[in-house]
Design a protein around this ligand. Structure first.
Ligand code: ZN
Length: 126
């Protein structure tokens, strides 16, 4: 199976290792693995890779999980396009549809390494 993050690599050797516990080496790997986690509804992975300072960080994990599950269910993940990446940022376009309507967006995400783990800290829509 091709990885949902649009890398062209098999899921087994692309994002799966991160979903089962390996730590991403770079913001780009984390970003890709978070996108593919959304396609599978892996809400725990999304939550565990979000920085506590992120504006959307919710203390109530159950509510947050439900939000993510719902988003994953109603969204069709067409394609991930990486536009730019650096030591701490990734700019991407997520090609999505919801109920047949285009829900794509472009975001510049900021990442921070905390205790050896990359975390998604904030994002700005472009
Ligand atoms: Zn991947």
């Amino acid at each position: 199976m091709d990885c949902p993050c649009s890398s062209g690599e098999p899921y087994e050797t692309c994002c799966k290792p991160f979903h089962v516990g390996q730590l991403p080496d770079s913001p780009l790997q984390l970003m890709r693995s978070r996108y593919s986690a959304y396609t599978f509804g892996l809400s725990d992975y999304i939550i565990d890779t979000t920085h506590p300072d992120h504006p959307q960080f919710l203390k109530d994990r159950d509510v947050w999980k439900r939000d993510i599950d719902r988003f994953s269910k109603i969204t069709t993940f067409e394609k991930l396009e990486i536009l730019d990446s650096s030591d701490a940022t990734v700019t991407f376009r997520a090609h999505l549809t919801q109920g047949g309507k285009d829900a794509s967006f472009t975001e510049k995400s900021l990442f921070e390494k905390v205790n050896g783990r990359w975390l998604y800290k904030s994002g700005e829509l472009e």
